[in-house]
Design a protein around this ligand. Structure first.
Ligand code: MN
Length: 322
């Protein structure tokens, strides 16, 4: 899929409403510069390289909450590696910051996972040491995200290598940066290519369980809105999150494929205004539904190493595990 110039700039203004006129002018310059540099190049699916890859990567950078400097770097991210543009050219046109980001991501591109599991940790360390600027890693993750989205066009051998590399290197890096949603995105895009049989088996199990639990989830969702509201005095935001396929697979492996030990295929995420309301909400939930013993986790008092904070619990639905 290629993105038109108009759609791209519309996306920036919509998702980044604080962007200034000066920033837009610079992004436009980076757009034209990179488009010219990649002229004539195509992707495996026949799309023009720039509109079919560099622009979607720049959009993913926006999805990850980054600013106009990183948008420019994303548009330019493959110019040093794949065109006659040099780091000095980028320095002259767009300054040191953008140039060092593009240079960093080009160096990372040379590292490849060759199937040696013992090599993974050192590869990860290498990654971090080269990317002293965390934005380089984020740019690389946006690049990988889009490459995974277009994996179907590559030869099978390459699909498998990229998918395994993403699960072993890129997803753990995203996790270390506290980008939980991106971890799930990367793993779930890569899973079918990395381990096709295990993927099919896991997906089948998940679909069956979701179908069975649909009514129960709706019932608890409605009950939770009312119960928590009564406790905190306003209607909280409640999101339904479905466990990622890869994450479910890992858990099934740990539980030796004993389905009855999986309780968290679906979870409800209750978002309150204050920390005190969060504890009140948990109390109200436990007062209304019986909690499963030993499943309460207070990540507010004890945050995860990546800074994640919330309260976790499991409750008996009365309809068996979801
Ligand atoms: Mn790229």
């Amino acid at each position: 899929m290629k993105i038109s110039r108009r759609a791209f700039f519309k996306y920036i203004k919509k998702e980044l409403p604080t962007v200034t006129f000066e920033e837009i002018v610079t992004i436009e310059r980076a757009y034209e510069f990179a488009k010219t540099a990649h002229a004539g190049q195509t992707r495996a699916n026949g799309d023009p390289y720039f509109q079919g890859h560099c622009v979607p990567v720049a959009m993913h950078v926006i999805d990850l909450g980054m600013d106009s400097t990183l948008i420019c770097a994303a548009l330019l991210h493959d110019t040093i590696e794949d065109t006659s543009v040099t780091v000095e050219d980028i320095q002259t046109e767009f300054g040191d910051d953008v140039a060092s980001l593009v240079e960093g991501v080009s160096k990372l591109g040379k590292l490849k996972y060759r199937g040696n599991e013992r090599h993974v940790e050192s590869l990860r360390k290498f990654f971090v040491s080269i990317a002293r600027d965390v934005r380089v890693v984020i740019l690389k993750l946006a690049d990988r995200w889009h490459n995974l989205e277009t994996l179907q066009y590559l030869p099978e051998e390459k699909q498998k290598r990229i998918a395994l590399e993403s699960i072993m290197i890129h997803a753990p890096l995203a996790s270390r940066l506290g980008m939980g949603k991106l971890v799930t995105t990367i793993n779930d895009l890569a899973f079918p290519y990395a381990y096709p049989e295990e993927y099919t088996k896991t997906k089948k199990l998940m679909v069956a369980r979701l179908k069975k639990a649909e009514g129960t989830i709706k019932k608890i969702y409605r009950g939770m809105l009312v119960t928590v509201n009564a406790s905190i005095g306003y209607t909280p935001q409640i999101d339904k999150r479905v466990k990622g396929t890869y994450s479910l697979y890992k858990k099934l492996e740990r539980k030796h494929w004993n389905e009855d030990e999986i309780f968290d295929i679906v979870a409800l995420r209750v978002i309150t205004h204050t920390v005190a309301d969060c504890y009140s909400a948990l109390g109200a939930v436990h007062n209304h539904w019986r909690p499963v013993p030993g499943r309460i986790k207070d990540y507010i008092a004890v945050p995860k190493p990546n800074g994640y904070q919330s309260l976790h619990t499991a409750i008996f639905s009365g309809d068996g595990p979801i």
